[in-house]
Design a protein around this ligand. Structure first.
Ligand SMILES: Cc1cc2nc3c(=O)[nH]c(=O)nc-3n(C[C@H](O)[C@H](O)[C@H](O)COP(=O)(O)O)c2cc1C
Length: 153
């Protein structure tokens, strides 16, 4: 597998950024180079062929991606690049108080990337802010299991 992982962060109030930092601390090492980057200003070109990506995003509005993720999301929708060489995972932050749109930010990215041919590794991590569990604490073990799946694939 590729020895680099890029985490793309969609956030409004910084929680997804904290989660991404935790994943970076957990996974970055000798055999894997991990970087994280806010989605601000990105477009489809970020998905370089052969890459491994982690989408780490919250949900706002009525099940929308955060504002800083919108340009990337809309560019992917408009250009519809062939992402069949891409593998990805999703950490979706949400709140079950919003029952009808729970974690839709991450779920929308998943559906869009899959429709462009990208291959998701493992199940999405869905975090419920109303559960009281800290998302970064869940993300560390989740990411360890996820990267093992990516290496095995
Ligand atoms: C105004 C507002 C709207 C939200 N809408 C949703 C939603 O539709 N679905 C959902 O699952 N979570 C929703 N959330 C919860 C956030 O996604 C959740 O708190 C997340 O952890 C915030 O992460 P961030 O700090 O990275 O933006 C909403 C939160 C706020 C403040």
């Amino acid at each position: 597998m590729s020895n680099a992982l890029k985490i793309l962060v969609g956030t409004m109030t910084g929680t997804a950024q904290l989660v991404a930092q935790e994943v970076e601390l957990t996974l970055d090492g000798e055999h894997l180079q991990v970087s994280s980057q806010p989605m601000d200003g990105l477009d489809s070109a970020v998905f370089a062929p052969g890459g491994l990506f982690l989408i780490c995003t919250s949900t706002y509005g009525q099940g929308d991606v955060p504002d800083n993720a919108r340009p990337l999301f809309l560019d992917l929708e408009a250009r519809r690049p062939d992402l069949s060489g891409i593998r990805y995972g999703v950490i979706a932050l949400g709140d079950k108080t919003y029952a009808d749109t729970f974690c839709f930010g991450g779920k929308k990215f998943d559906a869009l990337l899959a429709s462009l041919g990208a291959k998701r590794i493992g199940e999405m991590m869905l975090h419920d802010a109303s559960s009281g569990a800290m998302p970064e604490e869940l993300a560390a073990p989740w990411s360890t299991a996820w990267i093992a799946l990516a290496k095995a694939a």
